[in-house]
Design a protein around this ligand. Structure first.
Ligand code: AGP
Length: 608
């Protein structure tokens, strides 16, 4: 994840920005840069590689100035070169950015028509050019930034400084975190409180959609609509910030909210957005086109992520997939064709059953691949190739950001397989990559349904049983929703394939049973809606998770609708995972259970 720092002060900032960037190194980066405004002009230093390279540039050519912004970049659009490193700068503005600007292609065409042509391959430069175009028309920096922020789609955090303005930093948060530090005669902007720690422990965490204007002495915050809002100042325990809850009540909530950022960071490892193609981090030790079958084994939420992937691999790569619960797989001793591919999905990388399944497959001459979040784990070490999820430590026992990162990596692998097997054309790949580029932004929008979801907590807390229904790749999301719900609310919940309910379980439905139907508008929507109406006819209280189109088609009989953004079918299951996480979270909070450490459960299950 890219790191952002900005300081507006009455003393020099460049070296202090560099130190703050150092504190953000844990987020991972491949280049870095700093821009300041000094002596009537803006200037910048940028360098690929480690911060020491940037510091070396700065020691040769120091940057003066009491206002500046800095950035550690994890490349999304364009290689990690000096030209693509942030800040991106024109004669008017310098910009640093974390995340993905989804509509950068459209913006690029529009800007080019007006003669504003980028010099880098980045999406970020569009922001600099848009602001420049406004300022060239005579618009003041504050107003130019305000109007440009409104035009950006996606999940991102931004910071800007302006030529001629030594007392204004603009920051914006939409899907990626950003915090403001209240220093002594200075204000600081940072990706998190860790960056702010050397300066102050008085921190304001910006909320989704907020943007902020900082001067040396004050902070003005505005919401998405541009209305001024008040955000409180809290005291950060920055020593332990890496494992702290920030401004969230629970780790689970923090981790749910990190998802736009963790997904975009994970994607940047697997996707070349500039060329609109999948670019896996390392060469594969196997050839997808030679495989006759893919075997996947994992447990719990990681198993449901693998189940979704089965739909993707079969649809986009026409590759048959066997997916099984690791504890079953290991004792089945299934016959395996030598040279096949076995994939293991695990957040911890230590799950005993998954590891045993891996060892069985290794003994059967399979290529061993794994998707893990803990890079040093046993599963990672025993794999021929590791596909990391890059979402940082996950503390809450109920997995959220690791689950969606696993799904994201699996989606990229399915596309890579489809490409290698000749099932997907370049154009198909570009279309799917476009859907992935829009994913972090869509997750942000899905998070906006939180107030609606929270309002259902009381009714859900009274239920004895809750059903979750879905079809196709949304069926595993129903399973995931039920798992999350029972894990932290201790209420019985069951996920079912929507079409299967009438083969028995529908007998359980009456007025006391909430039924969560996960059904965005896709090819199977009509079928799922018919199943939903069968349930409603028997008194079941329907909570429908869908998009605008789906809501229009759904008709009556529905108690509650939770709206998600419309999206490409590839990413619908990943987006739909967010509302089911929030449903479980808010019900558990209402009930007062131990959300982060539910009874009887462990984060890493290293026993059978
Ligand atoms: C998910 O919320 C659970 N806590 C659990 O099902 C988990 O996914 C499972 O134990 C597998 O763990 P792993 O991903 O670390 O292998």
């Amino acid at each position: 994840m890219c790191g952002i720092v900005g300081i507006v002060s009455n003393k020099p900032v460049a070296d202090r920005i560099a130190d703050a960037l150092k504190r953000l190194e844990y987020r991972g980066y491949d280049s870095a840069g700093i821009a300041t405004f000094h002596d009537g002009k803006m200037d910048r230093r940028r360098a690929p590689g480690k911060l020491t390279n940037l510091k070396e540039c700065m020691s040769k050519e120091p940057l003066g100035g009491n206002i500046g912004i800095g950035h550690t970049r994890w490349a999304t659009h364009g290689a990690p070169t000096k030209e693509n490193a942030h800040p991106h700068m024109t004669n008017r503005v310098a910009v640093v950015h974390n995340g993905i600007i989804e509509n950068f292609r459209e913006l690029k065409v529009e800007l080019a028509a007006d003669g504003y042509v980028p010099v880098s391959e980045t999406d970020t430069e569009m922001v600099a050019l848009l602001v420049t175009r406004e300022m060239d028309k005579g618009v003041a920096p504050f107003d130019a930034a305000a109007s440009v922020i409104k035009r950006l789609d996606g999940a991102f955090a931004l910071a800007m400084i302006f030529n001629g303005e030594e007392n204004l930093i603009i920051g914006a948060r939409q899907g990626a975190p950003l915090a403001v530090g209240h220093g002594d005669g200075e204000m600081i902007l940072g990706s998190d409180a860790i960056a702010l720690a050397p300066f102050t422990n008085k921190v304001t965490y910006l909320e989704e959609g907020d943007w902020v204007a900082l001067t040396k002495s004050d902070m003005r915050v505005f919401d998405r609509q541009g209305s001024p809002v008040t955000r409180s100042i809290s005291t950060a325990n920055t020593g332990a910030e890496l494992v702290s809850k920030g401004n969230h009540r629970h780790f689970m909530s923090k981790e749910i909210y990190e998802q736009p950022d963790t997904i975009s960071h994970t994607l940047s490892h697997y996707v070349n957005f500039s060329e609109q193609r999948i670019q896996l981090p390392q060469a594969l030790p196997f050839d997808f086109s030679k495989l006759t079958k893919l075997t996947i084994a994992s447990c719990g939420g990681s198993y449901y992520a693998a189940m979704i992937a089965k739909y993707w691999f079969e649809k986009y790569a026409r590759l048959p997939v066997e997916v099984d619960i690791a504890s079953e797989f290991r004792y089945r001793e299934p016959p395996m064709e030598e040279g096949g591919l076995a994939l293991f999905v695990s957040q911890s990388g230590e799950t005993a059953d998954t590891l045993a399944a891996l060892r069985y497959c290794a003994s059967q001459g399979q290529h061993i691949a794994s998707i893990v979040n803990v890079a040093e784990s046993t599963i990672a070490r025993e794999s021929d190739i590791v596909f990391p999820t890059l979402c940082g430590p996950e503390i809450c026992v109920a997995s959220t950001k690791a689950t969606t990162a696993q799904q994201t990596v699996l989606a990229t692998l399915a596309i890579a397989a489809g490409k290698q097997r000749g099932v997907l054309s370049d154009q198909d790949e570009a279309e799917l990559v476009d859907a992935l580029a829009k994913l972090p932004g869509a997750i942000s929008k899905a998070l906006a349904s939180e107030p609606k979801i929270a309002s259902l907590n009381k009714a859900l807390s009274k239920a004895k049983d809750v059903f979750y229904l879905g079809r196709g790749a949304l069926y595993p999301v129903a399973l995931e929703g039920a798992l999350k719900f029972k894990e932290i609310t201790y209420i019985h919940a069951e996920g079912y394939a929507a079409g299967e309910l009438k083969h028995g379980p529908i007998a359980l439905i009456d007025e006391s049973v909430p039924v969560v139907v996960v059904a965005p508008s896709d090819a199977l929507l009509e079928k799922t809606l018919s199943n939903m109406h069968e349930v409603a006819a028997r008194g079941g209280k329907i909570i429908l998770i869908t998009d605008e189109k789906g809501a229009k088609q759904a008709g009556g009989d529905i108690s509650e609708i939770i709206l998600m953004p419309e999206a490409h079918p590839l990413v619908q299951p990943i987006i739909a995972t967010v509302p089911v996480q929030l449903l479980a979270y808010h019900t558990a909070v209402f009930m007062g259970t131990d959300v982060d450490q539910p009874r009887n459960l462990a984060k890493s299950v290293t026993v059978e």
